[in-house]
Design a protein around this ligand. Structure first.
Ligand code: SF4
Length: 355
């Protein structure tokens, strides 16, 4: 199915989504954030529509957005109808807080008229009280069942273009909820661990939860929810997908953790190299290793690698040692090899420079 010009589900690659964090009525700030998100690789953005002010600014934001926008609606179904008039590419609702079947039917009719997608997003924090009580809490079954009940209602109203999500901030609950959903439904699934937290804990929770689901083939679209900038959510999303070989985006960077055998400031070297290669689009592997133990092996496996030694370092390119360099030249020579490789790839040559 399509959200704007982005395909979600079927054989399409897993889509990376994020959400703006500016006030939607701050048009310039929101558009600037959307551009930063798109630059980081965000393919689909969600924009909260909490009130009429946000609705009235949405059209301007949409017309300047580089990526399709899904309007996030809670409580007041009329905001969904109004924002569709302003050109939303999709709507995300949690039907549990819209006020029942009648408002849901109004939203259904509007998305059908506009031929846009509808995300049915159930969250542990906003489950209907009756469901919550019946299941003794926000259990996986409660989340999945909730979503499916709404889906059946929407199907009665004729809606087919649906994406489902059932998120919790608990990794095991979320995983199990999506497993159930994937067994009982064929709709594309938007996956995420909601309210995952600040950087380190949030990244770990997201990587564990999304990683397990994606490895089981569950998930068509993902959002990493962090208390931090949306660009960071996007970068983490790609790192998760790259680690499972589900998407390629830019270099894969390998560096060792260092230990007492390391005779260089590998942390500083790795940081320098990592930062210097962030503008590269090609999925090349670059390795920076601290000593002779695992260094040559990993550097040889990479497209370009550095294995540091006691007094010098070996630069590898596609399995071959191409230079032996002094410590103070290692970064410069490594980056020159990386750039030369990227140029070759850009000219349609293979990694050894052959056409
Ligand atoms: S490559 Fe060498 S320095 Fe790096 S962790 Fe392994 S043994 Fe330690």
């Amino acid at each position: 199915m399509k959200v704007g010009n982005v395909t979600v589900g079927g054989d399409a690659l897993v889509v990376v989504e994020s959400m703006t964090k500016t006030a939607t009525s701050e048009i310039d700030e929101t558009v600037e954030q959307l551009h930063r998100m798109a630059e980081a690789g965000c393919e689909l953005a969600r924009v909260a529509i909490p009130d009429r002010d946000a609705v009235s600014c949405f059209g301007k934001v949409r017309s300047r957005s580089p990526i399709p926008l899904v309007a996030d609606i809670h409580f007041d179904y009329r905001l969904a109808l109004a924002v569709l008039e302003e050109g939303a590419d999709g709507i995300r609702i949690n039907p549990g807080n819209l006020g029942g079947k009648v408002p849901l039917e109004r939203v259904a009719k509007a998305v059908l008229e506009r031929k846009v997608s509808l995300r049915v997003g159930v969250n542990a924090g906003s489950l209907e009280t009756t469901v919550y009580v019946k299941h003794g809490g926000a259990t996986p079954l409660a989340l999945a069942k909730s979503a499916i009940v709404y889906v059946r209602w929407l199907e009665e109203f004729g809606v087919e273009n649906m994406i489902l999500s059932a998120k919790s901030n608990s990794v095991p609950v979320t995983i199990e909820a999506y497993r159930i959903l994937s067994r009982v439904s064929d709709y594309p699934l938007h996956i995420g661990i909601t309210e995952a937290g600040l950087a380190t804990a949030g990244i770990v929770k997201s990587a564990v939860g999304l990683g397990i689901l994606l490895h089981e083939g569950i998930g068509d679209c993902l959002r990493v929810s962090l208390t931090g900038p949306p660009e960071e959510e996007v970068r983490v999303g790609y790192e998760i997908l790259k680690s499972l070989h589900l998407r390629e985006k830019g270099p894969i960077f390998v560096s060792c953790p260092t230990c007492a055998r390391c005779r260089v400031d590998l942390h500083a070297i790795a940081e320098k190299v990592y930062r210097a290669i962030q503008d590269i689009d090609q999925p090349i592997t670059v390795a920076v290793m601290g000593c002779e133990v695992n260094g040559p092996g990993e550097a040889r496996e990479a497209d370009v690698g550095l294995a540091c030694g006691q007094k010098s370092g070996l630069i590898f390119r596609k399995g071959e040692v191409v230079r032996k360099v002094k410590h103070d030249e290692m970064v410069e020579v490594l980056l020159a090899e990386v750039r030369s490789l990227v140029r070759n790839i850009g000219q349609g040559r293979d990694v050894n420079g052959k056409s």
